[in-house]
Design a protein around this ligand. Sequence first.
Ligand SMILES: Nc1ncnc2c1ncn2[C@@H]1O[C@H](COP(=O)(O)OP(=O)(O)OP(=O)(O)O)[C@@H](O)[C@H]1O
Ligand SMILES: [Mg+2]
Length: 224
Amino acid sequence: MLSVRDINVFYGDFHVLHGVSLEVGKGELVAVIGANGHGKSTLLKAVCGLVPAADGDIVYAGENTRGRNAPQLVERGLVYVAEDRRLFPDMTVKENLLLGAFLKRGRERQDKTLAHVYELYPRLREREKQLARTLSGGESQMLALGRGLMSAPDLIAIDEPSLGLAPNLVDNMLQTIRQLKEDGMTVLLVEQSLALIEGVVDRIYMLEEGVISEDAAQSAKPAG
Ligand SMILES: Nc1ncnc2c1ncn2[C@@H]1O[C@H](COP(=O)(O)OP(=O)(O)OP(=O)(O)O)[C@@H](O)[C@H]1O
Ligand SMILES: [Mg+2]
């Protein structure tokens, strides 16, 4: 479904990603792990058209999408959920969700997707009229993920969803992400540590100083 081949990404003169390649099959839940500043967010942003890859290929759903911008990719079913959540603080929960369905693809499926998001996160339904700025950390993360889902993605790229969450909430959140996979969505997940995601994901890549390798031992273990 997604094949990244030998991409390099620069911020000015700073070379962040060095010949990175990765594969995500349809229906897979694949994780990229790595420490602070090693290029995880940059990789997801490059895949989702938010930062340019200088060379290499990004093939998504059979099309070379390197050079396409984020809205074009959202229309093709590829969406990025940012680590800093990017909510609109003075809008309600429901308004934030509906913004996720702003483009044609999401709008056409809006009512059905909203029902699905509320099913996944009943808390968001309860809070639909509440301003985003007043949500707890856990609820904010649900809303960020829910808003991503509102664009009706085939592949959702989720950047460090555990950030700032208490351990019990992290477990819930990972189970919801696993549920997305069980429901047929393809997921590319970024996290800092192996311990968090072990047993939840199908395969793992490690990103170290902008160089990627597949963790064969971890990936060979069946996901639970
Ligand atoms: N817009 C930018 N301009 C310049 N440098 C940037 C920019 N965005 C990121 N960087 C730098 O690129 C490197 C990789 O950043 P990136 O955000 O991809 O790391 P990360 O692995 O996601 O880190 P974290 O775990 O802290 O989120 C860092 O050194 C960062 O300072
Ligand atoms: Mg990051």
